[in-house]
Write a protein that binds this ligand. Sequence first.
Ligand SMILES: [Zn+2]
Length: 201
Amino acid sequence: MIVFGAKSSQIASETLIDRCPNCRMQANIIIHIIQKFGHICWIPIFPAGKTAINQCTNCNQVFNFNEMPNSLKIVCANLRKQTKTPVWVFSGWALAAVIAIAYVYVNKQREINNAKLILTPKSGDIYEVKTEEAQYTLYKIEQVQGDSVFIHYNNYVTDDESGIDNLKAKGDTAYEAEVAGFSKAELKRMFVKGEILNIIR
Ligand SMILES: [Zn+2]
């Protein structure tokens, strides 16, 4: 489940002595600068402004900017101005970039690996295949003899590429008993044409 929302976090604080508007005492007043931010699944993605809240350490009363005496307002406004928006409010983007780079890298590695495997078919290799009808199925290599590769077709097809994992989960019994013969060159042609999508060894 993807959760969107807004959160806030303290990014600075300062303590000063001033007259509390609540208890009327000269007391330590703590100014908290609060960063608001939008998040996806609690990972910050953008800043949504800063606010200041104060707390009197004598009576513990918390008050917002509008409730502060003017002297405090000035200090607060300055502190809020000086406190930079932290970089971590954009951390969702950095994470997305890392995931995108990792995805591209993994795909590239898979392509390189597949290009090697297609040249040396081996008994037990499973090919993820896109059929002429734009459906997806699996081939399993029974044996290789010289230039000939003998393959079991899977009994099942799926309309959606993401359904291939379900076909794999059906296991060895989901393949036809008979074998069909291919030449290595034929298989390579299928790979180049994008009909063999992936090879599992
Ligand atoms: Zn007070």
